[in-house]
Structure formats: C-alpha cells, structure tokens
Design a binder for this molecule. Sequence first.
Ligand code: GUN
Length: 295
Amino acid sequence: MTAQLISGNEISKQIREELRQEIAGLKEKHNLVPGLVTVLVGADPASQVYVGQKEKTSKDLGIYSERHDLPANTTQADLLKLIDKLNKDPKINGILVQLPLPKHLSEAEVLYAINPKKDVDGFHPVNVGKLMIGEPDYLPCTPAGIQQLLIRTGVKIDGAEVVVVGRSNIVGKPIANILLQKAPGANATVTICHTGTKDIAFHTKRADILIVASGRPKTVTGDMVKEGVVVIDVGVNQVGMTKDGKRILAGDVDFDTVKEKAKAITPVPGGVGPMTITMLMLNTVKAAKLAAGLP
Ligand code: GUN
C-alpha cells in the first residue's frame, strides 16, 4: 500500500476561503472586524517566522492585525501591563503570546493573565478545563487543525482506536481530549503514550489513527504500525541545512517506512503546520462573534 498524502496546504486553503467569506459577511451585515494581536518577546528566528505568518494571514483574510515586538529583556511586569491593556482594548478579540518566552519570564503567569474570552490559543486553564468537561469555547490551534484534517479527509473517527504519542499541553493532551469527546468528529477510544510508556510499539501497532507529537525524529518507524493506519505527524525537526541556507525539516515519523503501510499520512512540511495558523484565524472569528453576542 502506498499512502494517500493528507495535504494541510489544500485543506487549509478551503477553510481560509470559508473564513474569508464569513469575515466579509460580518463586516457587511454587522460592521464587525475581528482583531488579533500577536506578542513576541525576543528575537527567536523560528518564532519570528511563525508570528510573521500569523500577521500576514490575518491581513489576507480581512482580520485587523496588531503586532508587538518586545525586547528579550522585557520584564514580567511590563509584559503583564501590555496584556492588561490588550484585554481592555475593544478592537482586539484575540491575544496570542508566542511561546516559548525567554527563561526569566513565567509562561504560566502570562497565560493566566490573558482574558479567557480573548484566549484564541486555548491555553488558559479556564479554556483547558472547558474542553475537559466537553464544553469548549476555543480548541487549541494545532489539535483543532488535526481534527479538521481527519474530518475533511473522511477518516472515520467515531469508535476508532486513536493512539497519541506525546503528552504536551500544546498537542498531546488536548488532541486526546478533543477526540475523546462525545461529539461529531470525535468519540474515539484514545491511548496516550509518553516517555514513561513501557512498550510504545505495542500501542502504536493497534492504532487505526496514530498521532505523533513526540518532538523527536523517527519516533515511529514502519515496523511499529499496522497496515491501513492513518498517520498524523506533528513533528517539526530541523535535520539539516541546504547549501543556500534553508532549513531541512523532518517530522517525528519515519515517513519512508511508514508510508508503505499507511492508508494516509501527513507530509512534513505541508501537513499539520499550515492548519495551526488557519485554526487561529477561526478562533479569532469565533472570539469576535462571541464578543458581539452573535451565534
Ligand atoms: N509556539 C509553538 N506553538 C505555539 C502555539 O500554538 N501558540 C503559541 N502562542 N506559541 C506557540
């Protein structure tokens, strides 16, 4: 079997077109323009690229976009002051503080300070808790994007054996919670593997849907999966550099051996990556509608 490629670029494009129309309708009918602010502390090159993409996509779709670039030595108090100001700014519906923050800052305190209604990343404990009890307002962007990839590829999630490798707060735990919900596009049986798991292959071999977010290349190889599995590779690992200075990326899955057994698989790049930003745009539109009291 050679796997079907699940194109995050294509599915992202579809969702962005739907959003573009919805945003145009909000402006026309309600004079409502969703607003997103990104906050970047320091000059990490990968973070600069991500924030630049978020800003560009917002503008492209008709979302009002603001960007705050703060120096690496910004104090916790100054960052909290900015968040307080943004919490009160009616033009702003979504606040995204790019992670990771420099070591001297407390990520937890910063995330807690964001008004949960403007928490389009879905990282505030209120939003984490709401997902946990099956009443989510905002789904975290990368896991929400994974669910859309599965739904829009026509993968049967209801009743499927889903195995997640990785238990981060950004991907592993929330995607497990999303697919566990008693809801359309979910209702799966979910297992989470992590560094404490005795025999990862025992679990991955049982998976109908395998989601790998371990942060380590080749965590899953062809001998660890069953024929016909659907594989979502969340990894973004720099494994080299081209002669002209471009990063060479690989996922967490050994693509060449796994694609021989999988029914469908996401490539890296062009799989999960583009979906994250798209779902951020979707959350921002949702935040604007919630703030305006629209359904
Ligand atoms: N850093 C890596 N992924 C993310 C994300 O989804 N949101 C934010 N704010 N920072 C990140």
